[in-house]
Design a protein around this ligand. Structure first.
Ligand code: NAD
Length: 244
C-alpha cells in the first residue's frame, strides 16, 4: 500500500496535467453517506428512486422531504482535510482540475478554483418551469416549494435520474479529460453514466488511471494503480510524502 502511494506521489510530481475525479466516497469521512452503503438509504427507500423527475412529479412530499434532509445534512458537516489538501495541490500546480459527481459543493466551498460539478449542487435551486435561480433555502422554507414568478415547482440544483447532464460542465469535463496525463478517481463506484465515461476516456487518451477507493469498482482491473483505502487517509499520506 505504502509502495503504491509512493508511486502515485511520483506520478503527481512528473505529470503535466493531473485531473482528480471525485464521487460520494470523497465525502463519507465528512459525515455524508454515499449511495451504496446501507447508511445511504433513506427511510428504507433507495435514494436513486427518490432522486428522479418521476418522484418529483408523483411523490412530491417524499421527494422534497428527502432533499430537505440532504440540504440540512450538508449544513451540519464540513469538508475534511482531504479537500484542503486538493486546494493546496492546485495552488502549487500539482493538480489542474477537479471533476466531481458530488452535489455537496465542498470542493468550491473549500476554495478549489478549477471545479466541474457534473451533477450540479445542492447549494442552489431552480424553477422547473422558468428556470429562475433560488437559494437552496427556498426548498427548506415551503412544503412543496413554488416559484414566485410562475408558480412552477422548484427543483434542487442537481441533475436528477433520467435528466441529461448540462452542456457546459460536460464540455469542461471533456476538455480537462482530453488534456490529462494522470487521472485520479477518488471514492466512486463508477456506476453512474455518463460520468463514468471520463476515466475510460482519459485512459484511452493515454493518461495513467489511478483509483482510490475502499472497494473494487468496474475499472480497478484496468487501472494503472488501485489504492484500496480511504480518501482521507490516502490524501494525508500522499501529502506527507510530497512535502517530506
Ligand atoms: P457511490 O455511492 O455509487 O459510490 C461510492 C464509492 O465510494 C463506493 O465504491 C464506496 O466503496 C467508496 N467509498 C465510500 N467511502 C469511502 C472513503 N471514505 N474513501 C474511499 N472510498 C470510499 O457514489 P458515486 O460513484 O459518486 O455515484 C453515485 C451518485 O451519488 C453521484 O451521482 C453523486 O451525485 C451522488 N451522491 C453524492 C453525494 C455527495 O454529494 N456527497 C452523496 C451521495 C450520493
Amino acid at each position: 500500500m505504502q509502495e503504491k502511494i509512493r508511486q502515485l506521489s511520483q506520478w503527481i510530481t512528473e505529470s503535466k496535467y493531473t485531473v482528480v475525479f471525485t464521487g460520494a466516497g470523497m465525502s463519507t469521512e465528512s459525515g455524508l453517506p454515499d449511495f451504496r452503503s446501507p447508511k445511504g438509504l433513506y427511510k428504507g427507500k433507495d435514494p436513486r428512486d427518490l432522486a428522479s423527475v418521476y418522484a418529483m412529479n408523483t411523490m412530491a412530499r417524499d421527494f422534497y422531504d428527502y432533499y430537505r434532509m440532504r440540504i440540512n445534512n450538508i449544513k451540519k458537516v464540513k469538508p475534511h482535510e482531504g479537500y484542503k489538501i486538493l486546494v493546496r495541490w492546485e495552488r502549487l500546480k500539482l493538480i489542474n482540475a477537479v471533476i466531481t459527481q458530488n452535489v455537496d459543493g465542498f470542493h468550491l466551498s473549500t476554495g478549489q478554483d478549477q471545479v466541474v460539478e457534473l451533477h450540479g449542487s445542492l447549494k442552489r435551486a431552480f424553477c422547473s418551469e422558468c428556470n429562475k435561480e433560488y437559494p437552496a433555502s427556498s426548498i427548506l422554507d415551503q412544503d412543496i416549494p413554488i416559484c414566485k414568478e410562475c408558480r412552477g415547482k422548484l427543483k434542487p440544483g442537481v441533475i436528477l435520474y433520467g435528466e441529461p447532464l448540462k452542456t457546459f460542465p460536460m464540455e469542461m469535463a471533456n476538455l480537462h479529460t482530453s488534456k490529462a496525463d494522470l487521472f485520479i478517481v477518488i471514492g466512486s463506484s463508477l456506476e453512474v453514466s455518463p460520468a463514468n465515461y471520463f476515466p475510460v476516456e482519459a485512459q484511452r487518451n493515454g493518461a495513467k488511471l489511478v483509483i482510490i477507493n475502499l472497494e473494487s469498482n468496474s475499472l480497478t482491473d484496468e487501472a494503472d494503480l488501485f489504492i484500496k483505502g480511504s480518501a482521507l487517509d490516502t490524501l494525508n499520506t500522499l501529502n506527507r510524502i510530497l512535502y517530506r
